[in-house]
Design a protein around this ligand. Structure first.
Ligand SMILES: C[S@@+](CC[C@H](N)C(=O)[O-])C[C@H]1O[C@@H](n2cnc3c(N)ncnc32)[C@H](O)[C@@H]1O
Length: 194
């Protein structure tokens, strides 16, 4: 059942990666992104990486510093990774993890086109991250954890890969119980690994 869910999710994002958009036009993606706090510059310069798939703006709240290692869970076409890459600079790095090969291809193509050399895209499941223990300063994720069948595993993995001083910024959607309460929210809380 769990694998079936992941297969359905993957199939959906293969289609989007191959089509290059979420069905909403680029213009609509730009309008949506600006409404959730992305700057005009980010939206314009990273238009190819913005497929309008996010449900918030984790980088707007994240305290990302130069030299840090940032991990983006479910990185899609790389939109948030590239924003983080500007902040960590040449001495830092950003790792985007995604399970959909076509999405990774698109993200890598975007990185090459935009000239980002401090961003790396890895194939992997956010329930079982291909990332070393205690290696990330900041974990971000935009509208992906809701797609993972085992969310407990995801948070365990986030905790494992974060450094002691690590921080996490998640933007996601929840449907509590059977009531379809649609709540796009930012988890503003940062947690430290003490
Ligand atoms: C809604 S899109 C968000 C993409 C990106 N974060 C953004 O805001 O543009 C979800 C992405 O997460 C990936 N994804 C879904 N479930 C995943 C999982 N269990 N492990 C890794 N990636 C996953 C999909 O392939 C897709 O690229």
């Amino acid at each position: 059942m769990i694998n079936k869910t992941k297969k359905i999710v993957e199939k959906h994002y293969v289609k989007i990666a191959c089509g290059g958009s979420c069905g909403c036009a680029k213009k609509a993606s730009a309008v949506l992104s600006k409404s959730i706090g992305y700057s005009q510059k980010e939206v314009e310069e990273l238009a190819d990486a913005n497929l309008g798939l996010g449900c918030g703006n984790p980088t707007a709240m994240a305290a990302i510093r130069e030299g840090e290692t940032v991990l983006d869970l479910g990185s899609g076409a790389g939109f948030d990774c590239f924003i983080a890459a500007r902040r960590v600079g040449k001495t830092g790095k950003v790792i985007g993890v995604d399970m959909t090969e076509s999405m990774l291809k698109l993200a890598r193509r975007n990185a090459k086109k935009l000239g980002y050399t401090n961003v790396l895209f890895k194939r992997g499941d956010i329930e079982d991250l291909p990332i070393k223990d205690d290696s990330a300063d900041v974990v971000i994720s935009n509208c992906v954890i809701n797609l993972a069948p085992n969310k407990k595993k995801v948070f365990k993995e986030i905790f494992r890969v974060l450094k002691n001083t690590g921080q996490v910024y998640v933007s996601d959607i929840v449907w509590p119980g059977v009531r379809r309460v649609q709540l796009a929210f930012f988890i503003l809380s940062k947690f430290g690994k003490i």
